[in-house]
Design a protein around this ligand. Structure first.
Ligand code: PDD
Length: 283
């Protein structure tokens, strides 16, 4: 069962208004939220970010946080097979259907849609590491908004695939920003470096968890942009995201990072992240 604009709809029977602005313009916001062992993980942080994204695109949400939570809980109840172990909830809010004009008609009414899908944790990849390719960051200048307009992300990921890599590491004029759908960290001399949370990256929830875990465990963190050269000289490189958690990169543009193996700081953070999941979903 899917949740579409206030109704519960069987899989395969959902319809989109041809003038829905999410569909026509990518005019809307979304979140991807983890379920671990049948329980929502970091729900409040995701919903806070969705309100912020909505505010930044001048969209007033008619639902309270409690109402959104109720939709998520019902979604899990109605789809026990999908939601019982490790899964994701996709929740999107489009600005709704209006006559097709670029400015925002006063009568626009947001449309909420949500579904849940089984999603295993990528444990094997986390042990082995992925390959990356450097790609110019062709996205817009408001990457802090979790907007439905994702064509930039789609293309950079595709360019990385064309180059034979798992994912794109993005740069603007030689300065590293993030990846196609995740944040990027490097480890140098025992410290973490990641782009500052400004308009050029999504303020990732996993990114913030990893920063907090690192600091609490004596690993210094620098939230400062760094260059391609710095990346290529790194001791370790990894990405963070809701679906991929703490995922190492072992090579960039065909060049091994350090000895080409998953590094010890990355492994330490993976272990700390694991404990964080357990602590959050067991309460
Ligand atoms: N992607 N940066 C970008 C561009 C992202 O799309 C994402 C999330 C992140 C990581 O944020 P978080 O840790 O809050 O998931 C960083 C989601 C999972 C997606 O679109 O599938």
């Amino acid at each position: 069962m899917l949740y579409v604009d206030g109704k519960w709809v069987e899989e395969g029977l959902a319809a989109v208004d041809p003038e829905d602005r999410g569909y026509n313009f990518g005019d809307g916001v979304y979140e991807v939220i983890r379920i671990y062992k049948g329980k929502l993980y970091m729900w409040d942080a995701h919903i806070e970010r969705m309100y912020r994204s909505a505010r930044e695109i001048k969209m007033e949400l008619p639902w309270s946080a409690a109402e959104l939570r109720e939709v998520a809980e019902q979604l899990m109840d109605k789809n026990p097979d999908e939601a019982k172990d490790d899964a994701i909830i996709y929740m999107q809010i489009s600005r709704g259907a209006t006559p097709r004009v670029h400015d925002i008609p006063a009568q626009s009414k947001p449309v909420l849609m949500a579904f849940v899908r089984k999603k295993e944790r990528p444990v094997a990849e986390q042990k082995k590491g992925l390959t990356a390719h450097l790609i110019e960051d062709v996205r817009w200048l408001r990457c802090d908004i979790k907007s439905l307009s994702l064509l930039g992300a789609v293309l950079v990921k595709e360019y990385a695939k064309d180059a034979g890599a798992h994912d794109a590491i993005l740069h603007r004029n030689g300065v590293i920003t993030e990846c196609s759908a995740s944040n990027l960290f490097v480890v140098k001399d025992g410290a973490l470096h990641t782009h500052q949370a400004d308009n050029l990256i999504l303020h990732g929830i996993t990114r913030q968890i990893v920063i907090d875990l690192a600091k609490a465990n004596g690993i210094p963190v620098h939230e400062n942009a760094f260059t391609i050269d710095f990346l290529m000289q790194a001791d370790e490189v990894f990405l963070t995201s809701t679906t991929q958690e703490v995922m190492p990169f072992v090579s960039v543009n065909g060049q091994a990072i350090a000895d080409g193996k998953v590094g010890s700081v990355t492994q330490k953070l993976q272990a700390l992240f694991e404990q964080h999941i357990d602590a959050e979903v067991l309460v």
